[in-house]
Design a protein around this ligand. Structure first.
Ligand SMILES: Cc1cc2nc3c(=O)[nH]c(=O)nc-3n(C[C@H](O)[C@H](O)[C@H](O)COP(=O)(O)OP(=O)(O)OC[C@H]3O[C@@H](n4cnc5c(N)ncnc54)[C@H](O)[C@@H]3O)c2cc1C
Length: 497
């Protein structure tokens, strides 16, 4: 393992990637007194404002993300949420009070909406994960924050708190259908793009420097002195020296750092966006004052893994499918295949740099079938109102084989760390994950369960949660699946197999 001498407070530190991991790390490095922190990103976030609709395609660049404490028996993440949620409220308070308002935002904006998060299931009884979430929260002193639709005393509590509509967001009971789920009343949603803008503004205010853009902000390669990493070179050929380089490049990280083979891989989730007209009855019904963030059959394999949000202030109603994690394996310059993000806005090159305008607008047929099947059954009002899919997205996660993050020094590369492997659940920790990254950089309190889970590691004897690196012959490779060019809730047109 690499030597682990932490940098001194005045030493230069370079973070590559201004998504959740990079932003949060920059904030917490500055808070701890590190005075020379530079964040590089190939995307022009001062222009795109972390909006997917304006061309930003990182995992963190989005309309909204689920915030929840419910984590089944994974109490290390439940504890992390208990730390993050008060911070989310504090960020809202800072905005509201006008103490920190990013350019273009106002004191009326919020970065967190506490509308609850419900985990729904087609089973009649509560599944084990939901039962474990209730138990985990009760055991840690958060009694009656998890409210089951199947437990009378919980329904009574929900009724007293005025949460009935949140307990049955799809109005199943009114239609005589069964409704099994647990509402995590501590949760809700992060307003993702605004939260990133807020974090960026906060980090800048604390002294972090940001260099954005496809040349000046894009890391081309690591710079070495013997085996030690001493910084990075960007595509404008500038060298940024650093006592510690932290790679936080989301789905692009495994291509930039092949040592992550077998530990991390970029996989795509499938997202549909609907635009609810202001005059529609659904505008009111799907608002965050009545409608929670939701998940459905999250542990049911390819037929499940759905989630969604209330409509936002502009009427965007977003649903996503994660039941199958698609890959885009491309042969790299070392001859190995690695899954490489390709999006509506960009395609990744073999060196991890960006080429604009790939225009990958196709949508996995299977994701379309599962999502439209769900919506036609659970929210038939969409079709009845003639509201169809406005936009689709394939959004690139960074999965690890066990769904734990990777935050550690890179073995045998002194001066280099990674903070990645979000595995579909790191956004909610934007306010606090960086504090943990800095702890790990400083090698403090390394025996905490989360820190141990995030260590550099390889697959052990137990069955991995995610099978990685199946390559271009794998069944989840975009090359091998049915892709739709046009998508509608009703039709399955133009399948390209
Ligand atoms: C569809 C989807 C839904 C999700 N839903 C949730 C949710 O509901 N709740 C939740 O908690 N989490 C959720 N997640 C997970 C969460 O979004 C991620 O864990 C988190 O955003 C990852 O942040 P990151 O910093 O690792 O990566 P990213 O946000 O992808 O950021 C990586 C950054 O690195 C930059 N970069 C890459 N290569 C280079 C280079 N060579 N030089 C310079 N910069 C570079 C990129 O431009 C990018 O800005 C979801 C993820 C996806 C994809």
């Amino acid at each position: 393992m690499a030597k682990s001498i932490p940098p001194k407070k005045q030493d230069p530190i370079v973070i590559v990637g201004a998504g959740v991991f990079g932003l949060s790390t920059a904030i917490h490095l500055c808070r701890r007194g590190y005075s020379d922190v530079t964040v590089l990103d190939k995307q022009p976030y001062d222009e795109s404002l972390y909006s997917y609709l304006k061309g930003a395609d990182a995992a963190s660049a989005d309309i909204n993300k689920i915030v929840r404490s419910a984590y089944g028996s994974q109490t290390e993440y439940q504890d992390l949420s208990s730390e993050a949620i008060p911070e989310w409220h504090a960020w809202n308070a800072e905005l509201k009070a006008g103490t920190l308002v990013p350019p273009g935002m106002s004191t009326k904006d919020a970065v967190f909406v506490p509308n609850g998060s419900i985990s729904l299931s087609t089973s009649v009884d509560l599944p084990p994960w939901e039962l474990a979430s209730i138990e985990g929260m009760e055991n840690s002193g958060h009694k009656f924050t998890q409210l089951a639709t199947t437990i009378t005393s919980h329904r009574d509590i929900a009724a007293r708190r005025g949460l009935q509509s949140f307990m049955d967001p799809f109005q199943r009971e009114r239609r005589g259908k069964h409704n099994t789920g647990v509402l995590d009343s501590t949760g809700g949603m992060a307003v993702a793009d605004k939260a990133c803008r807020f974090a960026l503004h906060k980090a800048r205010g604390l002294g972090a420097k940001f260099i954005f853009g496809e040349h000046a902000g894009c890391m081309k390669e690591l710079c070495y002195q013997d085996l030690k990493v001493i910084g990075v070179k960007t595509r404008d050929e500038k060298i940024h020296l650093a006592a510690m380089t932290i790679l936080a490049c989301g789905g692009w990280t495994p291509v930039l750092l092949p040592e992550l083979d077998g530990l991390c891989e970029a996989t795509a989730g499938s997202v549909m966006l609907f635009k609810i007209p202001e005059g529609s009855p659904l505008w009111d019904r799907l608002g965050a004052d009545k409608f929670p963030t939701w998940m459905w059959n999250m542990r049911n394999g390819a037929e499940g893994g759905l989630y969604g949000f209330p409509r936002d202030e502009n009427g965007w109603f977003k649903v996503g499918y994660r039941g199958t994690k698609y890959t885009n394996p491309l042969r790299q310059s070392d001859g190995k295949e690695r899954s490489t993000p390709v999006t509506r806005w960009s395609t990744a090159e073999k060196d991890g740099s960006v080429s604009a305008g790939s225009n990958f607008t196709s949508f996995p047929q299977q994701a379309h079938e599962v999502l439209s099947g769900f919506l036609n059954e659970y929210l038939p009002e969409l079709s009845e109102e003639g509201i169809d899919i406005s936009l689709t997205r394939v959004c690139w996660y960074t999965d690890t084989f066990d769904n734990h993050y990777v935050v550690d020094r890179v073995p045998n590369k002194e001066g280099l760390m990674v903070a990645t492997g979000g595995s579909g659940h790191a956004f909610k920790f934007l306010p606090n994950i960086g504090n943990w990254v800095v702890d790990i950089m400083e090698q403090t309190a390394m025996d905490r369960p989360a820190v141990k889970a995030w260590r550099w590691r390889s697959v052990g004897p137990e069955q991995p949660v995610n099978t990685l690196m199946e390559g271009c012959s794998g069944p989840r490779a975009l090359q091998n699946i049915g892709l739709l060019q046009e998508v509608s809730l009703q039709s399955k047109r133009n399948a390209k197999l």
